[in-house]
Design a binder for this molecule. Structure first.
Ligand SMILES: [Zn+2]
Length: 442
């Protein structure tokens, strides 16, 4: 079926009669409908992936079937080919996939929601960018709550219901960027989840941000961030030691930006691996964003460091860059490193290209790394969903399961492979069984 007919149908259904009591009328509904989440409703004609079709050489197609799905109290209650009710909402053979997760974004710092503005040519280095931020952040803070909410709405329209947001902690913003973002998160909490990285964008010591970070660590954040310790603060050890100790003291994870391409980038990775091995509490909770230094390594050097990252359970969050930086993403995944992706910037003073779509990131990954067959394309979806796919690697159905939280998207596509290859637009997003986004009629 085409996208338009689904949208047309859904718009015609929702908002009238009984269904109006089940699904909120407003696309961007907030907490006022909380009581409606307790109710039960059926979706019929939902396309689910049920297995792979194989010949003697390869997976040739993805098998699907139509299901009736009951959702109650925000979770999948019943998934079957029979049953349902007359009042079921017709999904019109849309494919159901897990909602996507944007695992690296700066919700607090964006031009999105305001006038168009491209990047300036004046700033060449991260230190130039810090000087720029010291000038422009006071003005940006005036609209940062509103813009964060608009950015969340953009992410929802692309299928994401969750983000990991870095938030500036530095002497210019003090804790205001965090406070402004926390208001936006509160306003959106019934339809979008956020975990926060307290991010010393201007260095821990380059500008004096260490005490502010400790204060932020007591303000409902999840990770201690960082940026290029050697080139910004002038010391790998001093900054990483502070970051690790603060994470341990306040029981947080770590997610640091590492753009450095020279030997200091590799040294920083190695030092962080050593610190995490010394402090196993940080295993599985420590991430390096960008980690471009990996793109400078080859052969045994690369294999060895990837193995160490995997053993220390340190994840890598990559925007899947194009151009000169070619990240070893397939090798990382093969070695068992937790690789996730994110938008980073949508429109801001760093760059103007982000779409907010994790499906687009999966698409880019597939194209860059030559994943063009049905099976490989379907596996690329994992980077958009934090690992969750309808079929496991052997083709066994693993999602959705009864009892899973009903966080999903609906799209007009034959399979997740088609979604990844064709960058299929999202028709609807549900979080906790509640519709939080629906495509507008064209
Ligand atoms: Zn970033």
């Amino acid at each position: 079926m085409n996208r338009k007919s689904f949208v047309h149908h859904a718009l015609g259904t929702i908002g009238t009669g009984v269904l109006a009591n089940i699904l909120p009328n407003s696309v961007f509904a907030t907490g006022t409908e909380a009581s409606e989440e307790q109710k039960s409703f059926f979706l019929k004609n939902v396309k689910l992936e049920t297995g792979f079709v194989k010949d003697d050489l390869e997976v040739t197609a993805t098998q699907t079937a139509l299901f009736n799905i009951q959702i109650e109290n925000g979770v999948f209650k019943k998934i079957s080919k029979q049953g349902g009710t007359d009042k079921a909402i017709d999904a019109k053979e849309n494919l159901m996939l897990p909602s996507t997760k944007d695992m690296h974004i700066h919700l607090d710092k964006t031009y999105y929601g305001g006038p168009w503005k491209a990047k300036s040519l004046r700033q060449k280095s991260v230190k130039d960018m810090i000087a720029l931020e010291q000038k422009i952040l006071p003005e940006m803070l005036k609209t940062s709550t509103y813009r964060a909410e608009k950015l969340i709405e953009l992410l929802q329209s692309k299928g994401s219901d969750f983000a990991r947001s870095h938030v500036n902690i530095e002497p210019t913003s003090q804790l205001q960027s965090l406070k402004n973002l926390q208001i936006a998160i509160e306003n959106k909490k019934s339809s979008f989840g956020v975990e926060i990285v307290a991010f010393p964008q201007h260095g821990v010591y380059y500008t004096k941000s260490d005490q502010l970070l400790k204060e932020a660590a007591q303000m409902d954040i999840d990770f201690i961030g960082g940026v290029d310790p050697f080139s910004i603060d002038g010391s790998i050890e001093r900054t990483i030691d502070f970051t690790v100790q603060t994470a341990l003291d306040y029981n947080k994870g770590i997610d640091i930006h590492l753009h450095e391409m020279g030997p200091s980038g590799v040294e920083t990775i190695k030092y962080l691996i050593a610190k995490v091995n010394e402090n196993p509490a940080l295993m599985g909770k420590t991430f390096i964003s960008h980690c471009f230094a990996l793109s400078t390594l080859q052969g045994d050097d690369l294999t060895a460091i990837i193995e160490k990252l995997a053993n220390a359970k340190i994840g890598v969050v990559s925007t899947i860059p194009i151009g000169k930086i070619y990240m070893p993403i397939p090798q990382l995944i093969k070695a068992g490193v937790n690789v996730m992706t994110g938008t980073d910037c949508v429109i801001d003073h760093w760059q103007p290209f982000g779409t907010g779509s994790m499906i687009q990131k999966a698409n880019r990954m597939a194209e860059m790394y030559g994943k063009s067959d049905e099976y490989s394309l379907s596996r690329c979806l994992k980077i958009a969903t934090r690992g969750l796919t309808p079929l496991d690697d052997d083709g066994k159905m693993q999602w959705p399961k009864v009892g899973d939280k009903a966080d999903f998207i609906l799209l007009s596509a034959a399979s997740s492979a088609e979604v990844v290859a064709r960058n299929t637009p999202v028709n609807a997003l549900f979080r906790g069984g509640k519709k939080v986004y629906q495509a507008q009629q064209a």
